[in-house]
Structures are given as C-alpha cells and as structure tokens.
Design a protein around this ligand. Structure first.
Ligand code: SF4
Length: 376
C-alpha cells in the first residue's frame, strides 16, 4: 500500500512547511527541474463501469473490491477549496478524471463551481474531462451547459469483439461512438479520442481507427501502453513504439507529417494526415516527456501526487477535515498553500526517463499508485 504522509492540521506542521515564507506563497510555482505547476488532474471517483485490462483488471477490481465510501471522497466544496490554491499558483487547466468521472452524481454542479475559478491573468480556467464514453449520450448536453470546455473519450478499438475484450464488461463500441456523436452535437467540436495500443491485443485496430477519424473534426491520439499501477502485468514487448506505429500508417497509405506543438508541456506529439485531420502520439515509453511535465494529480480522497507513477501522496484532505476544528479557515488555507508549495517545490519526478535510461528498470517491483485512483 503506498505510504501517505499525514499532514493533520492540529499538529505542528513539519519544519519544511514552516520555512515557506508568506511572500513565497504567490506567483508561478516551479519544481526542482524548473517545471511550472500548470495542470491539475482531479479524480472524482475511484469507481468505473468498465474493467479495462490495462487499468482496472477484473482479477484485482472484482465484485468484492472495496471501493471508497462516499464520505471518504472529497466533497465538491473541498475540491474547489483545494483547486483554488492550485490555480493561485499557476494552474490554468483542470482535468476531471476517475475511475469514470461521469459516475459521480451531479458532476455538472462541480463543473459549474470550478468554472468560477479564474487564473492569475483573470481568465476562467480551462476545464476538461476524460471519460470512457459509456454515459456520454445521456450526459453530453448537461456537461456542455455546465461549462465544460474540452472532452476526451477513451476508445481502444472499432471492432466490437476487441473493444469488448478490452473493456471486459461486454460494452458495445457503437454506444461509445453514439456518445461521441451526441457530444459533438452538444457543442464539443474537437473531441480528443484516446486509444491505448497494446501489441498483440489491439494494434491491428490502429489503421481502422485512423481511417475512421481521419476526416472527422476529432483528434485521435495513440497512447503507448504503460506500466501504470501494479495490476496490468506490463511487459515492454507489448508496447508498440511510436516509430513502428507511424510506419504502419504509412504502409497503409496514411503517411502523416509533424505539426508544431501548442505548448511545451503538451503530452502528445502532433501529426497531420495528408489532406486530413490531426492525430497525436503519447509515447511516454519510447519518448519520455518528463522534462516538461507540469501535471499534478489529486486523488478522490484528496491526496496530492506529483507523478502518474508515484507511490507516495500528500494528504490535503486531512488539512480540511481537522477533527478538533482548531484551525480557522485562514489557517487551513495557509496550511494548504504551504503544503502545495513545499510539495511541488521539492518535486524531482522523472519516472519515464528513468525507465527509458535503464532497460532493467524495476517496473513491476516498484509499488505505484493505481491509475484508476488518480486518473491517467
Ligand atoms: S512519468 Fe511522471 S514526471 Fe514523467 S511525464 Fe509522467 S507524470 Fe510526468
């Protein structure tokens, strides 16, 4: 079980926090590699209605799995209280994830609350959400009306049999495609479609997916299969490196050319089909992008993680849920700011770089937080 650093408000904050001077608690926040804090991913539930074999395999997340009780989840008010402190220090984009975020009741209310936050320049923050699309037909209009800006849908195959094998709950692909169409009609013009490519499982779907989305307004992104968490039994030879994927597209008559990045911390490299749409490659195994990584992750229970492959989190919820109610909201706010500052400032994460540098890197031995708990 990953170790949690308790920061209970009514005990003396650790010295590291006390050394954070008030004047340091404002402006952009940089880590030990001068990477600014810009993106916050918030997991709003640890539950999912799929059992994707590379993320939440049934063998581990079976019917007896103890998911978090509602009372353990951050409330919407607590999420906004924490998010506000991140936005003050430079976050301008928040992504809602899970598990499957659309399973969290009244999510549109949270979206409306988060949309009130403005970044350092006074601009409303950008609010995005990643979903498996199963509930999208029902929820798309509500999400758009609540103020959601961007949508990403995970879709790992067009072939119904392969899709059902991967989601492992027999969910038909057509319903996700209908959800994407409904979201487009609701006003999400350019939807990102994330396909995790696992060699020997769905790599034969790369070309059909590219053909299907080539002339659509949506951006298909191919994600190299990663050793996230401890449950998917990851092997390096099940990864289809970006170069081979691009070669496969070219051999299928769909060569692509590179496009410039939108900004330095973009996770996907951008490519363009001849006369067609855009695709993206998220290649953290063959092309680690830790040097520009500006992403923090907040778990469903309010723990701060500074890397997808972290095994330690910082408990921010304990600051807000001070059992003895000794701290005023100002003191809680200050402790949140000090904790965020100290945690990000001390950050040196570079897991994917280390994996790339050392072919014997202990990917399986190292305990890591589950992706379904902190979102991709
Ligand atoms: S491995 Fe960690 S530090 Fe590197 S890009 Fe991924 S989340 Fe960022």
């Amino acid at each position: 079980m990953p170790r949690i650093i308790p920061i209970s408000a009514h005990t003396q904050p650790p010295p590291a926090l006390l050394r954070v001077a008030q004047e340091d608690l404002q402006g952009p926040l940089l880590d030990q590699r001068q990477r600014p804090l810009r993106d916050l991913r918030i997991s709003v539930t640890d539950r999912c209605n799929f059992r994707c074999t590379y993320c939440m395999p049934k063998e581990v997340f079976g019917k007896d799995y103890a998911f978090l009780a509602q009372s353990e989840l951050l409330s919407f008010e607590e999420i906004v209280q924490i998010a506000r402190v991140f936005v003050e220090r430079g976050v301008n984009k928040i992504r809602l994830t899970g598990g499957e975020p659309l399973l969290r009741k009244h999510l549109d209310v949270l979206i409306g609350m988060l949309k009130q936050l403005t970044d350092a320049g006074g601009k409303p923050i950008t609010l995005a959400l990643t979903t498996n699309g199963a509930l999208l037909t029902k929820k798309a209009v509500q999400l758009k009306e609540a103020g959601l800006d961007r949508l990403t849908v995970s879709l790992d195959a067009l072939d119904d049999g392969i899709f059902k094998t991967l989601n492992d709950v027999d969910f038909p692909v057509q319903e996700v495609l209908d959800g994407i169409q409904a979201a487009h009609e609701a006003g999400f013009e350019k939807i990102k479609i994330n396909m995790v490519v696992k060699r020997g499982v769905n790599d034969q779907e790369v070309v059909p997916m590219a053909r299907y989305f080539k002339d659509s307004p949506h951006i298909l992104r191919f994600i190299e299969y990663m050793d996230v968490g401890n449950s998917n039994g990851w092997k390096l030879d099940e990864v289809l490196p970006a170069e081979l994927l691009l070669q496969g597209l070219a051999e299928a008559g769909m060569p692509v050319t590179p496009l410039a990045a939108h900004h330095t911390s973009e996770t996907a490299s951008r490519w363009q089909h001849q006369g067609g749409g855009e695709i993206g490659l998220i290649s953290s195994v063959s092309h680690a992008f830790c040097s520009q990584c500006s992403r923090a992750r907040l778990s469903t229970q309010g723990k701060l993680y500074t890397c997808l492959f972290a095994n330690e989190g910082v408990d921010l919820r304990a600051i807000l849920r001070d059992p003895d109610k000794q701290n005023s909201s100002e003191e809680m706010g200050l402790l949140l700011r000090q904790t965020l500052h100290a945690t990000w400032h001390a950050r040196t994460d570079r897991y994917s770089e280390m994996r790339a540098e050392n072919t014997h890197f202990p990917t399986q031995e190292r305990r890591k937080i589950e992706m379904s708990y902190i979102g991709g």
